[in-house]
Design a protein around this ligand. Structure first.
Ligand SMILES: O=C(O)CCC(=O)C(=O)O
Length: 330
C-alpha cells in the first residue's frame, strides 16, 4: 500500500501530462469505510423535501442551497431524477449525483481519510507548504442515470492568486470506460486556464467566457481499479461520460490549494466558507520549518494560465454569461 510519497518518475509524469494515477493508494478496507459512510449519508438524507432541487421553478432557493454547500454536507440530484413537475421520480439511492462540498472538514469518516498522513505526503511531494483542502465531493455515477461531466479545468472553479489547485480523485469502485471513468487531456495543463466560474456580489454565478472547442480525440481514458488515486493539475482538462451501464462508478474527490503566504483565495470564487467553518490546512510548513526542496512546486500553473488576479484580462463582452441550468463545479 502506498505511503503517499511520490517518486521522481511520478513527478515527471505529473509535470508532463498534468495527471497521474497512483494504483492501490487506499486499501479495500479504507474504500469500504468511505463507501459505507456515503450510504449512511444518503440514508439519513430527507428526500421527501426535495422540491428545492427543482432548478427551473425555484432557482434562487436552489442557488442558495448550492452556495451554502461550501460550508456543509449537502446532497445534489441527477437532473434526470425529476419529472416536469419537479417531483423526484427515482429512489434517492439511485437519484443522488453527489454530496458536497465540505465533507473533508465536517464528516468524521471523510475527514479522517482526507487528512490522513498518506494524503498529506502526496501534497508534500507536490511541493505544497500549507495545503488547504477547500472542496470535497462524494460523486455517485449511478447505473443508467449517472450524468456526463463536461470537459473542464478545476482551476476555473477554484482559484488562488497565483493559481495552485490540484484535484485528488479516489476511485471507490472500478472505473472503466463502460461505467463512466475519467478521461484526461494530456499536456492540457500547459496551455492556460480557459475561463473562470465567477460569483457576483449578489450570489449569482457566471462563466466569464464560453467553453473552448477541444479536439475530443486527444482525451485518454483513465481506467482504474477501486482504491486508485488520480491526481489532476488544476489546469488539466478532464471529463467523464454518462454511465449507461448496470454498474455504478462512485468516487471521492477533493480539491486542494496552496494556503502559504503569497497565495490568496479569490473573493469571486463561487465557494466561500462561512466564518465559523474556516479552511484548515493539512499541515503548515510555511513558517520555514518544513522541507526546503529546490524543485518548483508541481502545482505551479503556466504563466498563460494565471488569470485569477487579472480581471482586466476578462473581455467585458464575455462577462455575465449565466451558468447553464444544472452547471455545477466539479
Ligand atoms: O468524477 C467525475 O466524473 C468527475 C470528477 C471531476 O471532474 C473532478 O473531481 O474534478
Amino acid at each position: 500500500m502506498s505511503d503517499g510519497r511520490l517518486t521522481e518518475e511520478h513527478l515527471e509524469q505529473f509535470s508532463r501530462d498534468g495527471f497521474l494515477v497512483l494504483e492501490g493508494f487506499s486499501s479495500p478496507e479504507e474504500v469500504a469505510q468511505l463507501k459505507a459512510r456515503g450510504e449512511e449519508l444518503v440514508e439519513a438524507f430527507d428526500a421527501e423535501n426535495v422540491s428545492i432541487f427543482s432548478t427551473r421553478r425555484q432557482e434562487s432557493t436552489t442557488d442558495r442551497y448550492f452556495l451554502d454547500s461550501a460550508s456543509s454536507v449537502s446532497c445534489f440530484f441527477e437532473e434526470k431524477a425529476f419529472d416536469s413537475e419537479g417531483k423526484l421520480v427515482a429512489d434517492k439511492t439511485r437519484a443522488i449525483n453527489k454530496i458536497g462540498h465540505a465533507m473533508h472538514d465536517l464528516d468524521p469518516v471523510f475527514r479522517r481519510w482526507s487528512r490522513s498522513p498518506k494524503v498529506a505526503a502526496v501534497m508534500e511531494s507536490l511541493g505544497f507548504q500549507r495545503p488547504l483542502p477547500v472542496q470535497s465531493m462524494l460523486i455517485f455515477k449511478q447505473p443508467y442515470v449517472g450524468g456526463e461531466v463536461v470537459p473542464h479545468q478545476d482551476s476555473s472553479f477554484i482559484a488562488t492568486d497565483p493559481l495552485s489547485c490540484v484535484g485528488i480523485w479516489l476511485a471507490l469502485e472500478d472505473a472503466m470506460r463502460s461505467n463512466g471513468c475519467l478521461w484526461a487531456l494530456p499536456g492540457s495543463h500547459t496551455k492556460g486556464v480557459h475561463r473562470r466560474f465567477l460569483r457576483a456580489p449578489d450570489g449569482s454565478v457566471t462563466f466569464d467566457a464560453d467553453a473552448p472547442q477541444l479536439d475530443d480525440s486527444g482525451f485518454v481514458p483513465v481506467e482504474v481499479k477501486a482504491g486508485s488515486l488520480v491526481l489532476l493539475h488544476g489546469a488539466n482538462v478532464h471529463r467523464s461520460s454518462e454511465n449507461s451501464s448496470p454498474l455504478s462508478r462512485h468516487a471521492y474527490s477533493m480539491h486542494i490549494v496552496e494556503g502559504a503566504p503569497g497565495y490568496a483565495w479569490q473573493p469571486d470564487n463561487w465557494l466561500q466558507r462561512r466564518a465559523d467553518v474556516p479552511f484548515e490546512p493539512l499541515y503548515d510548513h510555511s513558517s520555514g520549518s518544513g522541507s526546503s526542496s529546490k524543485r518548483a512546486p508541481a502545482f505551479v500553473h503556466a504563466a498563460a494560465a494565471c488569470r485569477a488576479a487579472a480581471p482586466s484580462a476578462v473581455a467585458p463582452a464575455a462577462v455575465g454569461r449565466p451558468a447553464a441550468a444544472g452547471a455545477r463545479p466539479y
